[in-house]
Design a binder for this molecule. Structure first.
Ligand SMILES: [Zn+2]
Length: 420
């Protein structure tokens, strides 16, 4: 072998060595990436009884296994595993809010750059409140898709986002995108999907703040328009959420294959029966009543507006109770953006005030959210194979739902974002 041959052999040897060293350091990286959570109380599957003294093993972004009792790294032959003591805590899956507007703030007309900044702030507030997944169901422009991607890629702290982008509406009512005749509805829906929409949201009635949203208000779309929207969405495997207040707009939307009714303030028995039969979700957003009650108490609304708001305060809770009694599938959605961000737990508290059991409220805020998103294989419970989206509370929310505010630990995708 000549000089040159020897030289190349040496280079190859060096490459091989550095390759081995790389493999070694990679192995170490993986080795470091195992966490054990010692959970005093574990509500692994909301809807089923909690377990006590459990060890959750997290590897990378996912839950690897769950052991009864407190198991150590040595016991599992992984002495390098990091252990987190949550022995006096209530541990459960990360909460899910199915109706937020992260880039919007009530009463403020934000420019695109302001929406981006507010979105970053609101995303963090939401995550710190223990909400590891949200459905953002109404934004302006494409900012929300960019925020979603930056969070997904780990550059910004926030919940997993499933986003609809701008709302599809008749004309440009309430800042929606135009759906005026089937051609335009098809074009608008396609555009949203190509811009990155995970969901499509339609305004099947006008905004709750407008008089046309009253009980007898008319549905907004014609049959061929709503059909066109749903057909395009279905083509791409995307679900449609319908904003609806009046009695008939819900019934109308339900004829065309929507997957959730948002608000549904004045839905009648017929609509609830149809929802039950079709497995359509109800996301009531009753947290908005916080705002309506404040306005009333502070004397900020009078006359016709006050009377309009009062019909919501009176009838909407009855609709929710009726839906619950009938076994309509329900998920929690706060409408944060209309109400403050980071107080997404208000929806659970309001649900319990209406007679929903704390256990059912917790299920609606986890398991049901995952089901609505078609992500039950990945999210919604603490189970081997799923994403490690886990929170801990300093007190038991099954005893008092207000304990849902006492979030002292937040993990999303195996990464710890909060630990008090
Ligand atoms: Zn909303």
């Amino acid at each position: 072998m000549g000089r040159i041959g020897l030289f190349w052999l040496a280079v190859m040897g060096m490459t091989l060595c550095s390759g081995l060293a790389n493999a070694e350091s990679k192995k170490q990286e993986v080795v470091k990436n195992i966490t054990l959570l010692h959970a005093g109380t574990l509500l692994a599957v909301p809807g089923k009884s909690p377990l006590t003294e459990q060890t959750i093993v997290i590897e990378g972004t996912r839950i690897k296994e769950i052991h009864p009792g407190y198991v150590s790294g040595e016991d599992l032959m992984i002495p390098y595993a990091k252990t987190i003591d949550l022995k006096d805590k209530f541990v459960m899956p990360g909460l899910m809010d199915m109706h937020v507007h992260l880039t919007l703030m009530k009463g403020k007309d934000l420019k695109a750059d302001e929406m981006a900044l507010e979105g970053v702030i609101n995303a963090k507030k939401t995550l710190m409140a223990g909400f590891t997944t949200v459905r953002d169901i109404g934004a302006m422009g494409n900012t929300i898709f960019k925020l979603r991607n930056k969070i997904r890629d780990g550059h910004i702290e926030g919940p997993r986002i499933f986003a609809s982008g701008q709302i599809v509406a008749v004309g440009s009512i309430d800042g929606g995108l135009e759906c005026n005749g089937p051609e335009s509805c098809r074009r608008t829906t396609r555009e949203l999907i190509s811009n990155g929409a995970d969901w499509i949201k339609i305004y099947s009635s006008c905004s709750g703040s407008k008089f046309c949203s009253h009980e007898d208000g008319a549905p907004m779309f014609f049959d061929d328009e709503i059909k066109a929207v749903v057909a395009v969405a279905n083509k791409y495997g995307i679900k449609v959420a319908a904003h609806s207040h009046p009695r008939d707009s819900a019934l109308f939307a339900l004829k065309y294959g929507v997957s959730s009714i948002e608000h549904g303030s004045f839905m009648n028995d017929k609509a609830l029966k149809a929802m039950k039969k079709q497995g359509v979700y109800y996301v009531p957003t009753v947290s908005v009543h916080d705002m309506l009650e404040d306005l009333k108490r502070d004397g900020k609304v009078k006359g016709r507006v006050l009377a309009h708001n009062d019909t919501f305060l009176k009838i909407h809770p009855e609709t929710i109770k009726n839906a619950y009694k009938r076994g309509v599938k329900m998920a929690t959605g706060s409408d944060a953006g209309v109400v403050p961000h980071g107080k997404n737990y208000r929806e659970l508290e309001r649900f319990v005030d209406l007679g929903i059991t704390p256990m059912d409220a917790l299920k609606m805020a986890t398991v049901n959210g995952a089901d609505l998103l078609d992500k039950i294989q990945e999210l919604g419970t603490v189970k081997a194979g799923k994403y490690a989206d886990i929170i801990a509370l300093s007190a038991d929310p099954l005893k008092d739902i207000h304990n849902i505010e006492k979030v002292i630990f937040v993990m999303k995708g195996g990464k710890i974002y909060k630990k008090e």
